[in-house]
Design a protein around this ligand. Structure first.
Ligand code: PMP
Length: 285
């Protein structure tokens, strides 16, 4: 994705897309000292821009890499980048990372923390799954314990097993993979949170070992406003068989119906469609 036109914001400057490079001794490339955000701009307005900027700063704190910008500065930089690229409907990627320093090694408190923002047009994350339901594989990789890694951060290092899970899923003709956590509970997909429906009530894993997505929190709020009961709880693998509907939530995924997870099938039901439509309306308000 490096050879195209456009402008990328890097530490206060708009840089030509093709020359938005980092040095090979960038700490983040070697030791995963990077955190990021994925956001969507609809009709010229980033949905929950401030919440995303706040989460970026929080992820930086969790990784002991304070990001030298305020929420307001980050919000303004995102808006400027969208404007500079002439985009009103786009995906926004903010990335904070430790750059190269005077020395190279694990310790990096002297390496500057850098910030970059890129924006591009990105359509439906799971293609036509919106209509027929995405096919999910079951990953062999488990979401790690919060005592193993700061699992509440949107940190690059957490995505290594996601990429591997997604590749394995795609090789089987699936769009994505569902992951269990280190205890064996249902966790999430590789870049989206998961919800289930049974007897008119909604069940979603408790976000204690994975990213508590901004879309997840938005959808829980929407459901409660609709007077629908939402259970945030630990979900056992053997419960998958009994759920009637399933969907994924995420900035890129928005609300995507799930048709199957491994051997378990779900219908793209009325509530799934309703949540998906309501979310589409809400982001464009
Ligand atoms: N889990 C993971 C691993 C993700 O990458 C994402 C996408 N950021 C989500 C959940 C959903 O988060 P959000 O709704 O804030 O985009």
């Amino acid at each position: 994705y490096d050879d195209r036109d456009g402008l990328i914001w890097m530490d206060g400057k708009l840089v030509e897309w093709r020359s938005a490079n980092v040095h090979i001794l960038t700490h983040a490339l070697h030791y995963a000292s990077a955190v990021f955000e994925g956001e969507r701009c609809y009709n010229g307005k980033i949905f929950k821009s401030t919440e995303h900027s706040q989460r970026l700063l929080y992820s930086g704190e969790l990784l002991d890499m304070p990001i030298p910008y305020t929420v307001e500065e980050i919000n303004a930089a995102k808006d400027l980048t969208l404007k500079a690229n002439g985009l009103t409907d786009a995906y926004v990627r903010a990335l904070a990372y430790r750059g190269a320093g005077d020395e190279m090694g694990v310790a990096a408190s002297a390496n500057p923390v850098k910030l970059a923002i890129a924006v591009w047009t990105w359509g439906a994350y799971y293609g036509d799954a919106k209509f027929k339901g995405a096919k999910l594989d079951i990953s062999k990789w488990k979401r790690p314990s919060p005592e193993t890694i700061p699992s509440a951060a949107k940190a690059s290092g957490l995505y290594m097993i996601c990429t591997m899970s997604k590749h394995a899923a795609m090789a089987k003709g699936c769009s994505d993979a569902m992951m269990f956590d280190y205890r064996g509970y249902v966790a999430e997909a590789t870049g989206a949170n998961i919800f289930f429906v049974k007897n008119g009530e909604v069940h979603t894993p408790k976000a204690d070992a994975f990213l508590n997505g901004i879309t997840r929190q938005t959808v829980i709020g929407m459901l409660r406003d609709m007077q629908i009961v939402v259970h945030e709880r630990h979900i056992m693998p053997e419960e998958l068989e009994g759920f009637e509907q399933c969907w994924l939530t995420g900035t890129a995924a928005e609300v995507t119906p799930v048709g199957s997870i491994g051997p378990y099938n779900f219908e793209v039901g009325e509530l799934t469609r309703r949540v998906s439509t309501e979310y589409e309306k809400l982001v464009r308000l």
